[in-house]
Write a new protein. Structure first.
Length: 277
């Protein structure tokens, strides 16, 4: 009986330690553990690279809070836990990653899709993903007869894509049996004109801009159908923020905090998507 009590007491203690561990992981590393966090404390500011990319990082040009979205929310949480101010640093598409190696910022919070090339030079804190939908006319029986994205891989389907665009290679690999229509990119988010003019039956578009487009342009259909394509896993890529390499303590802490607040980040992203309609 005494041995059983010891076992039960040990189990209770272990359970308590396991429950405390996640909370402890969210506490900033102790002084001397992370040179980056020590430098942030000394400067009194967390410097973050910003470049708008909805729904993850949204810039307001009409007054009020300048920045919002899940990326900004997570950055605010980091700064609060560190007890420092949050200092945005404007960057461009060309500089949003190099500013990390040059120590101009501590984190690049402009939303970045994770790729092998980027993984070689930065470490990611992932909190979302990007993916692709296939859209067509709702009155086109060739498109509407397809119940899944796989069903578009057939010879009677013509798929339009932007020449040199991110989806070109994916389209050709994903739909080898289909016909292809490569068009010049006129600055639009997708080959909408070719779909509406019936030159093509289907075309790819990122899941995020599809939402506002589907509300502005009536008569469109999309695959996957569920949640207006927002749950698509086609050409999926993780999305997050990045820090410079070789900062293990800083990276571990950043990821632990993201895990703790992830449900709030998902809700914030969904709110932004809803406002894009």
């Amino acid at each position: 009986m005494r041995q059983l009590k010891h076992l039960l007491a040990g189990a209770a203690l272990l359970g308590g330690l396991l429950a405390v561990a996640p909370a402890m992981a969210q506490e900033p590393p102790a002084p001397g553990t992370s040179p980056r966090i020590d430098a942030i404390h000394k400067a009194g500011a967390l410097r973050v690279a910003v470049l708008a990319n909805a729904p993850w990082l949204v810039e307001s040009t009409t007054g009020g809070e300048q920045w919002s979205g899940p990326a900004w929310m997570l950055a605010e949480d980091y700064a609060k836990r560190l007890g420092v101010k949050l200092q945005p640093v404007l960057v461009s598409h060309e500089t949003k990653i190099p500013v990390l190696a040059s120590n101009q910022v501590d984190i690049s919070i402009t939303p970045l899709a994770e790729t092998p090339e980027r993984d070689a030079v930065v470490d990611f804190v992932l909190y979302s993903n990007t993916s692709v939908c296939m859209f067509g006319r709702a009155d086109n029986p060739r498109f509407t007869s397809a119940k899944t994205v796989d069903d578009l891989n057939r010879p009677d389907i013509t798929i339009a894509y932007f020449i040199g665009g991110a989806e070109e290679g994916w389209v050709k690999q994903r739909f080898p049996k289909a016909k292809f229509l490569g068009v010049a990119n006129s600055g639009a988010t997708a080959p909408l004109e070719d779909i509406m003019a019936k030159r093509a039956d289907a075309a790819p578009i990122n899941r995020i801009p599809y939402v506002p487009m589907s509300h502005k342009v009536k008569g469109l259909a999309v695959l996957p159908v569920a949640n207006n394509c927002q749950g698509s896993t086609e050409k999926a890529q993780p999305v997050g923020m990045a820090i410079d390499k070789n900062q293990p303590a800083f990276l571990t802490w950043l990821r632990a905090v993201e895990t703790a607040v992830h449900p709030k980040l998902e809700a914030a992203e969904q709110n932004v998507v809803e406002t894009m309609k």
